[in-house]
Design a protein around this ligand. Structure first.
Ligand SMILES: Cc1cc2nc3c(=O)[nH]c(=O)nc-3n(C[C@H](O)[C@H](O)[C@H](O)COP(=O)(O)OP(=O)(O)OC[C@H]3O[C@@H](n4cnc5c(N)ncnc54)[C@H](O)[C@@H]3O)c2cc1C
Length: 404
């Protein structure tokens, strides 16, 4: 029997949000949905920061509050507790600092990730860690390794340091019975180096249980083959594979670079082709659950429904520990809270970090939302629906009081 999920239940979706927060989300998503406004957001924010205009407190109370858990792990704690205790939605602390370049900064990021590990290891609400390769090493070195270019002695040392940082995080997680770690996917021209390290970590630490997850972006037409290759490799080397499936976040950048450098774009020709590729990836992982664990990172309702259908068909329990659904904090609450309400394993990336440092992440989020307009209009539609529902129930309550 098909188990149709009701993602339109906005009462469940926004149950943790106050009236004021829902109204603010309405304003924010209206702004994000406007291409002209989003296009000027980056230069204006950078200019205000440059002239030291006190924009940080304003950002903290507005856009930061919508998309981030706090400035520190401790500040995120109430959000984590609230989502888990009230709705059984887990959190994945995501230290969202981007674009750093020095060894000192990479070691600093490593230490923060190890602190999230210390925090997460004893809590049921935080079963995953996450990190970005470029949070632990220079973009340029990932690019060079991806191109298989020879490294000089200093670069070799740099690369060894990056591998040691990956290893330290994965090893810590492997020494617990429950914590898993996801490695984010990035631009295609640095992804081979990230894949190489992720595969090394999986073959080292995924022997008895899945500790390490690599991310596969299915807006790339070549990545189904990569999934198949991972399966074969794991069977040969006798280990398990953790996979976070996403569509991919760098579409415009990828296409621009491919056009500029005259190579074939790695991105599927259109959205439909991406969707088909994504669906095939979901099927493939489910068919190979003896090897794969799957984390479905999407705000797409049809994709989430597809996985629910496939699980039902295969008679897989809703809370089977090999399958997770994931969204980003501040987005896709209609999926997260309704899925968790039905007993499916659900987690939200919870970005954190000092407001000033998180600004590039926030701007990227806004730009990405604008470029995939359907997502924003869906969020906006649901927020407006919830505001109308709340207004109606207040009116009914007032009418009842007057009439009684
Ligand atoms: C928990 C979580 C973790 C994530 N981790 C990563 C990560 O590690 N790396 C990463 O890159 N992204 C990551 N993302 C972002 C993700 O890749 C998508 O950008 C985002 O989720 C939007 O896709 P969707 O499936 O939610 O929704 P949809 O709205 O169904 O799809 C939008 C996506 O479809 C693709 N698309 C849109 N138009 C076209 C077109 N014309 N042609 C081809 N493809 C098109 C693009 O990928 C676009 O982002 C993550 C997302 C979540 C929720």
């Amino acid at each position: 029997m098909r188990h149709k999920l009701n993602f339109e239940d906005t009462k469940i979706a926004f149950s943790l949000k106050s009236n004021k927060e829902v109204k603010w989300a309405n304003v924010l998503f209206t702004i994000i949905g406007n291409r002209q406004l989003t296009a000027v957001a980056r230069p204006i924010t950078m200019f205000l920061l440059f002239i030291r205009f006190p924009i940080i407190p304003i950002l903290k109370r507005t856009v930061f509050k919508q998309f981030c858990g706090g400035e520190s792990i401790l500040e995120c704690k109430p959000v984590i507790t609230n989502m888990f205790n009230k709705k059984k939605v887990c959190s994945i602390l995501d230290y969202s600092i981007e674009g750093k370049e020095s060894e000192e900064q990479f070691n600093f990021t490593l230490n923060i990730i190890l602190k999230t590990f210390d925090f997460a290891k004893s809590l049921e609400a935080t079963p995953f860690l996450v990190f970005k390769g470029t949070g632990l090493g220079r973009f340029g070195i990932f690019e060079k390794v991806s191109k298989k270019e020879a490294l000089n002695a200093r670069e070799r040392e740099e690369w060894e340091n990056i591998e040691a940082r990956f290893d330290k995080i994965c090893k810590q997680c492997s020494q617990t019975p429950n914590i898993k770690v996801m490695i984010d996917a990035e631009e295609s021209w640095i992804q081979p180096a990230i894949d190489g390290l992720a595969e090394k970590m999986m073959s080292k630490y995924n022997k008895n249980r899945v500790v390490v997850f690599n991310t596969v972006q299915l807006y790339r037409w070549d990545r189904l083959e990569y999934l198949k290759m991972l399966n074969q490799k794991a069977n040969k080397e006798n280990h398990l594979v953790g996979i976070k499936l996403v569509r991919g976040a760098y579409m415009e950048k990828e296409r621009e670079r491919a056009a500029k450098k005259h190579y074939q774009s790695p991105i599927c020709n259109n959205k439909q082709a991406t969707d088909e590729n994504f669906n095939k990836g979901v099927y493939y992982c489910l068919q190979n659950l003896n090897v794969f664990e799957l984390f479905l990172g999407t705000h797409n309702e049809l994709s989430s429904q597809l996985l629910v259908d496939l699980m039902n068909k295969a008679e897989i329990r809703h809370n089977d520990n090999r399958i997770w659904f994931g969204q980003l904090y501040g987005m896709g609450d209609h999926l997260s809270f309704n899925l968790a309400d039905m007993g499916y394993n659900t987690a939200k990336y919870l970005p954190f970090g000092p407001v000033k440092e998180v600004i590039p992440y926030l701007l990227r989020r806004a730009e990405e939302n604008t470029s995939v307009g359907a997502q924003t209009s869906r969020e906006l539609y649901l927020i407006k629906k919830e505001i109308a529902r709340r207004n109606k129930s207040t009116n009914n309550y007032m009418a009842d009081r007057i009439l009684s």
